[in-house]
Ligand binder design. Sequence first.
Ligand code: PEP
Length: 250
Amino acid sequence: MRTPIIAGNWKMNKNPQETQEFLEAIKGKLPESGVEAVIGAPAIDLNALTWFSKDEPLKTAAENCYFEDAGAFTGETSPKALSDMGIDYVIIGHSERRQYFGETDEDINKKAHAILKNNMLPMICCGETLEQREAGDAESWVTGQIENAVKGISAEDLAKSVIAYEPIWAIGTGKTATADQAQEMVHVIREKVASLYDADTADKVRILYGGSVKPANVKELMSKEDIDGGLVGGASMDPESFLALANFNK
Ligand code: PEP
């Protein structure tokens, strides 16, 4: 039985004061069980999130990290430091990091190893462009991204990890993949995991859909067999909207 995840991705939004206000607004209102609510926030906001999550059913995610634990890497965030402060997940391979910061599959694989070594879990993002989808290349592109990202990761570690399928054409555009389109690709990803590992690992790994998920479409997406949750940008930033998403099954 895979526990669903509703994970916010605030991107480069909210300062520590705004974070505090958000957390005050959701206090006592998150589901106690049945759904894992996660917020992915900028590094400067993570301290507030980890304090809040000591008393509330909220898990925390960094939006990026480096693959070395420490050293002369000005401006980077250490996975060890994130782990020491109590962070649960790190989002890696988001299409914005691939597109604007040149993150490669190899970087993402190194980061996944560093995150797992530091006792956190990676949320590995993948997804195709509209051109790739229209050319019929979406499946091979996405499964290729996953194959590269998980190289050398044990079945046990992958089973605990999270994959997020985020078609680039649906991120921040208001265009959601239909629930059937999302289910179809998430199923393909699960089959790929089965072929790279085994049926048990494929059955355990949680695969999210991301791309304009909002309270109005979350139920339908979550009704699909292989979709284990949502990675949510825009609709995760307002407390009421995040609460509606996290409580989708009520
Ligand atoms: C995202 O940031 O990963 C995302 C899916 O954004 P949005 O929900 O705004 O499309």
